[in-house]
Write a protein that binds this ligand. Structure first.
Ligand SMILES: N[C@@H](CCC(=O)N[C@@H](CS)C(=O)NCC(=O)O)C(=O)O
Length: 146
């Protein structure tokens, strides 16, 4: 297996474009050449590759709770990335209302996370799951950009 992924490298994205028609990273290329994308598909594949240490529960409601956290964290990240990319455009091309719309999603998403996590030690259920990873990655990406 080969994982193609990078936050910044145009070379990684050129490699991704050859195996992912959407041209996005991450892409996981399996030994038989099958290219898996996007990150949700990759994480499900890897989680099912071993019976040990499952990050996504099997039971339907528990599973959906975890995947809902993942969707929330991914949505906040996607809005944050879009706002950041807009800020990198030429000043005359930037749209302040559009940027504010994305930042509104970031703020609303963070408020929902704060309220739903509350004082709980874990996002979902009684232990570490993909939900905690998704939240941690999201907050880790946003933190230096606050
Ligand atoms: N929903 C996708 C998002 C992937 C994504 O947006 N990747 C960005 C880097 S953070 C990318 O490759 N962008 C290049 C492009 O859109 O051309 C996933 O979870 O994998």
């Amino acid at each position: 297996m080969k994982l193609i992924g990078s936050l910044t490298s145009p070379f990684a994205q050129a490699a991704a474009a050859r195996v992912n028609p959407l041209g996005k990273v991450p892409v996981l290329v399996l030994d038989d050449g099958t290219a898996l994308f996007d990150s949700r598909v990759i994480v499900e594949f890897l989680d099912n590759a071993s019976p040990l240490g499952r990050l996504i529960p099997q039971e339907n409601r528990e599973r959906i709770e975890v995947r809902r956290w993942e969707a929330l964290a991914d949505g906040v990240l996607e809005a944050g990335v879009l706002a950041r990319l807009e800020g990198q455009r030429e000043a005359k091309l930037r749209s302040a209302p559009w940027t504010e719309r994305q930042l509104g999603k970031v703020r609303a998403g963070l408020a929902a996370m704060d309220s739903e996590l509350g004082d709980k030690p874990w996002c979902a259920g009684n232990g570490y799951t993909l939900a905690d990873i998704a939240l941690g990655v999201c907050l880790g990406w946003l933190e230096p950009r606050e």
